[in-house]
Write a protein that binds this ligand. Structure first.
Ligand SMILES: [Ca+2]
Ligand SMILES: [Ca+2]
Ligand SMILES: [Ca+2]
Length: 496
């Protein structure tokens, strides 16, 4: 019996001037071996199993353009043949092959590059960061120190709060330098999920989603490093937390944010109850504490006031968080205008709005997450729509118009059974581009388009066959649109 003569694929991962990290992966499983694993040796013996990477000891003293390794493969068979089989395999690496990415990250607020942190995850290492980079304004990046493995990789981009974070899959091709140019989407609203670990933010998120707003959720209070500069609107919720609603650092951050022209909707049933918040409430939100628990789960918007006119929030019911054990009341001070009462006859007040510096705020001494929208009351989404418009300010952001861009649409259907439609749009002005399909090992499977794309929307169907017309097997593939300074990838899955 003989071993499959080509059971290994190998990769150079970290190629320095005189050393290299070499990875080997077993990929072609002969029926002969069933579920068993091979043992692979190059100085040491390691059981690596099918489809898994194995890192050889670092190779040093590289010379020339190639590196040749002798690898012996051994198999201890139990079935059908109990004998040990072995075979020598030679792998030659082209040391000129390395996989790099470079690029820039821009967003509509900034003419220059956006400062962003990128974590790269490599195929075979989906759970640990392969390499990271911080891209500062005006810089691009080439990861020459730790090239990525060729294959299906992923980049997670953490951006300033004014943008949405991004999580993208992309394909790197051995020997290529792959460009990325990422255009970030602005966040419409920042939700500060400061409910001390509870899940009440889900009620607010679902309502913001109904309004089709790009919501960036920050878990816990923002750190000093998270720049609120040019963030237009914040919803800050403290849930039923009673001990750490707003820290001194939070108060400073909110004060500076409002002074600079931000818009704030602050909501929480115990914010006024903490004596540590009293000075902040008086100086910035123009109110003072009243009772810590009114026992009235309702809020009536005062007629004629733009932020709340005619609204009635019911803080009971299964469509809300059901967490209002202690809605508080407050008393407005100079500069604060009352906007919510918790009863139609009583005059206990539970909402105030006003300005501080250049900014606008609405403060609710109850939890908006509990507003259920039931029994004819105003829904959370309706209230948020009105409130967020009321606190919107004109933050100057110098936005240039969004340029027309090449765009690869999500594939449909996906997963697909026999064929999939790929759609892209191209801006005015002929662009030379390619549209190709790659497998998870980074091998090109099919070319769908090559040349100058006319402006407009274009469609092409891929019938799940390779360049020789031979059907490809089930699995994950990547559609890659590539043009100067543009690379976009869509993941598709073939299920036969
Ligand atoms: Ca939470
Ligand atoms: Ca807090
Ligand atoms: Ca309270």
């Amino acid at each position: 019996m003989e071993l499959d003569s080509t059971p290994v694929v190998s990769r150079i991962a970290n190629l320095g001037m005189d050393s290299a990290e070499v990875y080997v992966v077993l990929t072609s499983q002969s029926a002969l071996f069933g579920d068993s694993s091979l043992v692979l040796s190059a100085g040491e013996i390691r059981d690596i199993g099918w489809g898994r990477y194995w890192q050889l000891p670092p190779v040093s003293s590289l010379e020339g353009d190639s590196l040749t390794l002798q690898i012996s493969l051994s198999y201890w068979g139990l079935e059908p043949d109990p004998d040990t089989l072995s075979e020598e395999t030679t792998i030659t690496f082209d040391l000129r092959e390395r996989t790099n990415v470079f690029g820039a990250i821009t967003g509509q607020h900034d003419v220059s590059t956006v400062p962003a942190h990128i974590d790269f995850y490599c195929e075979g290492y989906p759970d640990s960061v392969w390499t990271s980079v911080d891209i500062s304004a005006g810089e691009s990046y080439t990861n020459g120190i730790r090239p990525l493995l060729a294959g299906s990789n992923r980049m997670v981009i953490t951006t300033p709060l004014r943008y949405m974070n991004e999580d993208r899959s992309f394909v790197t091709i051995p020997g290529n330098t792959d460009p990325f140019d990422i255009w970030l989407t602005s966040s419409d609203v920042i939700l500060i999920d400061d409910d001390n670990g509870a899940d009440y933010q889900t009620y607010i998120v679902s309502s913001l989603d109904q309004l089709s707003l790009n919501t960036r959720v920050v878990t816990g209070a923002p750190t000093a490093e998270m720049s609120l500069a040019a963030v237009e609107r914040i919803v800050w919720m403290t849930g039923d937390d009673a001990t750490t609603t707003l820290t001194t650092a939070d108060q400073t951050l909110l004060t500076n944010y409002l002074s600079a022209g931000g818009g704030l909707l602050l909501t929480g049933q115990n914010i006024t109850d903490d004596p540590a918040n009293e000075q902040f409430l008086a100086d910035v939100l123009h109110c003072q504490p009243d009772r810590d628990d009114t026992d009235r789960p309702r809020a009536y918007g005062i007629g004629g006031l733009p932020p709340v006119d005619g609204q009635f929030l019911l803080l009971l019911g299964s469509q809300g968080a059901g967490n209002q054990n202690s809605p508080s009341s407050l008393i407005p001070l100079d500069g604060g205008t009352i906007c919510f009462l918790n009863d139609t006859t009583d005059l206990e007040m539970c909402g105030v709005y006003g300005v501080h510096g250049l900014g606008k705020f609405i403060f609710l001494s109850f939890g908006l997450e509990a507003a259920s929208g039931m029994a004819g009351s105003t829904s959370r989404a309706e209230f948020l729509d009105i409130a967020l418009n009321a606190i919107a300010t004109d933050v100057p952001d110098g936005s240039p118009p969004i340029p027309s861009q090449l765009y690869l649409e999500p594939a449909y259907p996906n997963p697909f059974n026999s064929s999939v439609e790929i759609v892209w749009t191209a801006p005015i002005g002929a662009l030379r581009m390619s549209l190709e399909v790659y497998d998870v090992l980074g091998r090109r499977v099919a070319e769908l388009f090559q040349g100058q794309s006319p402006a407009g929307t274009h469609r092409v169907t891929w019938a799940a066959a390779d360049e020789h017309g031979i059907p490809v097997s089930s699995g994950t593939y990547f559609v890659r649109l590539h043009a100067p300074a543009v690379t976009q990838v869509r993941t598709i899955r073939l299920v036969r």
